[in-house]
Design a binder for this molecule. Structure first.
Ligand SMILES: [Zn+2]
Length: 100
């Protein structure tokens, strides 16, 4: 049967200008998927606007959906709405067996 539940990893991929949250390229957090229940890990200090922008996409990917702008590796990019800093986060599915 096709797997329908995934964890998700979020990683800061690029920053145009330093943002108020102090994000750095490579900052990482994740969402574990425990039998369909999503558990956010490592979000302390993350920019709330960026988190708001990525969460809906994370939810889709965690529950086996897809987004039209995924690249060939299944990676999606979402941006903080702060257009001056242009913080871009990459979001990737993690198979359940690789979540830990
Ligand atoms: Zn931000």
């Amino acid at each position: 049967m096709e797997q329908k539940e995934f964890g998700v990893e979020i990683e800061i991929e690029s920053i145009y200008r330093p943002c108020g949250a102090g994000h750095q390229v490579g900052d990482c957090c994740r969402i574990r998927n425990v039998d369909g229940a999503l558990k956010m890990e490592g979000f302390d200090g993350w920019c709330p606007e960026l988190v708001q922008a990525v969460l809906a996409n994370c939810s889709v990917l965690a529950h086996g959906g897809s987004l039209a702008w995924e690249d060939e590796q299944g990676k999606v990019r979402s941006a903080c709405p702060d257009g001056a800093c242009r913080v871009i986060a990459a979001i990737r599915r993690i198979p359940q067996e690789h979540q830990n």
